[in-house]
Design a protein around this ligand. Structure first.
Ligand code: T46
Length: 136
């Protein structure tokens, strides 16, 4: 059973040509991937996110560069630095997230369990807290 969030370590297949990492749905991550997007060119000092999702589950990987992620389940918070393509952070639904401290070369790759749907976003923190209470 997936908790609110989970760090995973991905195997890197390296040889004298360089490195390759694969991510397999249902094997490395506990959901089927319906969508992939990536965030890049983030300006200095920018903080993104500020929302939770009703249903969406995601895996975040800094494929290049680094960034930090703050996750919040309504009761506790944790901060992670993603600084290697071998590190992944799985974020379950009903978790508030903020991404910050992007390096100029950061490419934040996201594998998502659902197609893009604005109605799935909870962008108001007090609504997020209510949704967490209702889910208990
Ligand atoms: C999340 C964090 C980690 C689309 O049209 N399709 C998409 O698949 C996505 C993800 C976004 N958009 C549009 C919606 C906005 O007009 O792209 C614009 C920027 O999205 P947003 O402001 O939501 O970006 P972030 O960085 O705040 O959040 C994104 C994801 O939206 C979110 O699900 O968990 O990255």
């Amino acid at each position: 059973m997936l908790g609110d969030w989970k760090q995973i370590e991905l195997a890197s297949h390296g040889d004298d040509r360089g490195s390759l990492i694969s991510v397999e749905a249902q094997r490395h991550i506990p959901f089927a991937v319906k969508r992939v997007y990536y965030i890049f060119g983030t300006k200095a000092g920018v903080r993104r996110g500020f929302h939770a999702h009703q249903n969406l589950k995601q895996l975040l990987i800094a494929a290049s560069g680094s960034c930090k992620v703050e996750v919040d389940d309504g009761n506790k918070k944790a901060n992670f630095k993603l600084s290697s393509p071998k590190q992944g952070l799985i974020i379950n639904n009903l978790v508030w997230r903020e991404m910050y401290d992007f390096s100029p070369d950061c490419v934040l790759l996201v594998l998502a369990s659902e197609w893009f749907e604005e109605a799935d976003y909870i962008r108001d923190y007090s609504q997020f807290k209510l949704a967490v209470e209702r889910s208990r």
